[in-house]
Design a protein around this ligand. Structure first.
Ligand code: IPE
Ligand code: IPE
Ligand code: MG
Length: 253
């Protein structure tokens, strides 16, 4: 599977990752139960997908349930699983009409067969779409993803398919759940927390990080615009020199 070939407009990140955090705090601040924050978080997700499409982003990866989120109370876990199901059942047709290709990353083996089938159907239905990629990270943990990739490469070496010397960064990237997608240019986290919490650790090597001081249920188009504006102000160097330092170096030689 490859990413949509059309590039994003200049200064606009092609791939945005979002750590949708702060649902519980949003609810607590209003004296509401946590699940109400999650329910409102689903509405924020719909706004985020729409805003990303309208603002010229090509790919959006949303962190909706981490490998570590199973440690929450059973009722909350059940509610979050139900919310994913509701999202796929309610929104898939509209996403498909809008040319969105849906992909789910994370450990599918940890999910019940009905949900696994639902996710596979969503991917199958939308696999030919090329206007926008919506990547849902569910039961996702970057360390687990990298370990799975390492295991598959080890199996291929053991089977004599490839020599160990063929394992380089590209080979690892090619075995990750995100194979074929561009790396995220920008990662947004809401709730004010400043950490990655096991999200896209490999792929985020050169991502710009933007932390927004609002809780996820309050996320809207203005918040997306603010994050994209911050991104546009950043100078990405990828280990090289920025334009000014490069000019100075040329002049000095
Ligand atoms: C994000 O909100 C949703 C998930 C992690 C599934 P939280 O539920 O983490 O909300 P806070 O961080 O407790 O406020
Ligand atoms: C990260 O948020 C996971 C998701 C947003 C799905 P958490 O709320 O689980 O992260 P921590 O525990 O604050 O690091
Ligand atoms: Mg949280």
């Amino acid at each position: 599977m490859t990413a949509p070939d059309e590039a994003a407009p200049a200064g606009v990140p092609r791939h945005v990752g979002v750590i949708m955090d702060g649902n519980g705090r949003w609810a607590a601040a209003r004296g509401l139960p946590r699940f109400e924050g999650h329910r409102r978080g689903l509405e924020a997700l719909r706004r985020a997908v729409r805003a990303a499409q309208e603002l010229g982003v090509r790919c959006l990866t949303v962190y909706s349930f981490s490998s570590e989120n199973w440690s929450r109370p059973q009722e909350e876990v059940a509610f979050l699983l139900g919310l994913l199901e509701r999202f796929v059942r309610n929104d898939l047709a509209e996403l498909h009409r809008a040319g969105v290709r849906v992909r789910v990353i994370g450990d599918r083996d940890g999910l019940v067969p009905e949900i696994r089938a639902l996710l596979e159907d969503a991917e199958q239905l939308t696999r030919g779409n090329d206007r926008f990629d919506l990547v849902v990270a569910f039961n996702y943990g970057a360390r687990q993803e990298i370990a799975r990739a390492a295991r598959r490469l080890a199996e291929r070496v053991a089977a004599g398919e490839i020599p160990a010397s063929a394992i380089d960064a590209d080979a690892v990237a090619g075995e990750l759940d995100t194979a074929g997608l561009p790396d995220p240019d920008l990662i947004i986290r809401t709730s004010g927390e400043q950490r990655l919490s096991n999200f896209l650790l490999w792929q985020a090597a050169y991502a710009e990080l933007v932390f927004l001081p609002l809780n996820w249920p309050d996320f809207d188009r203005a918040a997306m615009e603010a994050a994209l504006a911050e991104y546009a102000r950043r100078e990405r160097r990828f280990g090289g020199l920025g334009p000014e330092a490069a000019r100075a170096a040329r002049n000095a030689s």
